[in-house]
Design a protein around this ligand. Structure first.
Ligand code: GAL
Ligand code: GAL
Ligand code: MN
Length: 225
């Protein structure tokens, strides 16, 4: 299988890239043909025994770099035309355990470590396109790791990019940014593959799941400055 791992990192976030890529070399779909797609505003010299495709993106202030991810993927859909599957992970993450073919599916989400099996923190304001109404049942997914088949993932990216743009035009920013929009989407169309929080495991937490992909502890204030 040809699989793309998509990562966005501008400014200080670029310091996460080499350790992330090295960890993915060791643990992410070890037996598949993986290409790293890196979206950045810096000239980087990243090393891997796998292909790395760098694409320039402009840095925009918080929270656009997180909210704009689906627009970046939607705008660059042609880049991925040879891929069978596409996965996204946040830059500030680290693979520490095997992530294998169990993750392959048409649409793939990861249960949020803080709200397993619960509603979590969806957007509830009716004027956001991310709104999940009280009568709708849902389970809360993390924004940090998701994916799918090329078609499945790009369809989702296209829908989310449109919804996020519509919110912007209406002057509303969903409470948890892209994560809120993702949860709206998965509420209507639950992912085919649902991964446990071991695939978005906060570094300093202790959870009853195998650690596979760590969400690193970091000083958000300092790194976004
Ligand atoms: C973080 C994410 C990074 C980058 C950043 C933008 O939450 O880990 O990959 O998107 O937001 O501020
Ligand atoms: C936090 C996490 C945020 C967001 C939030 C949702 O634990 O750090 O990124 O997912 O939960 O309530
Ligand atoms: Mn993060």
């Amino acid at each position: 299988m040809k699989v793309g791992l998509l990562v966005i990192a501008t400014n200080k976030y670029t310091s996460f890239l080499q350790p992330l890529i090295s960890s993915a070399d060791n643990y992410f779909l070890k037996d598949q043909e993986v290409t790293y797609f890196v979206f950045t505003n810096k000239d980087l010299n990243l090393q891997s025994n796998r292909d790395i495709i760098n694409t320039k993106v402009e840095h925009k202030p918080w929270p656009w770099m997180t909210l704009g991810r689906y627009e970046i993927f939607d705008n660059n859909a042609d880049l991925f035309k040879n891929m069978d599957y596409l996965y996204y992970c946040d830059a500030d993450m680290r693979f520490v355990g095997d992530v294998g073919t169990e993750i392959l599916g048409d649409t793939v989400g990861t249960f949020h470590p803080g709200f397993l099996g619960r509603r979590g923190t969806p957007e509830v304001r009716w004027n956001s396109t991310a709104c999940v109404h009280a009568h709708e049942s849902m389970r809360y997914y993390a924004g940090g790791f998701n994916g799918g088949s090329r078609r499945g993932y790009l369809d989702m990216a296209n829908t989310l990019a449109k919804n996020i743009r519509a919110d912007e035009e209406n002057g509303i920013t969903a409470v948890w940014h892209d994560e809120s929009h993702l949860n709206r989407y998965f509420c209507t169309k639950p992912p085919i593959v649902k991964l446990d929080p071991g695939y978005c495991y906060p570094e300093s937490w202790d959870l009853p799941f195998e650690k596979r992909l760590l969400a690193l502890d970091k000083d958000h204030q300092e790194i976004r400055s």
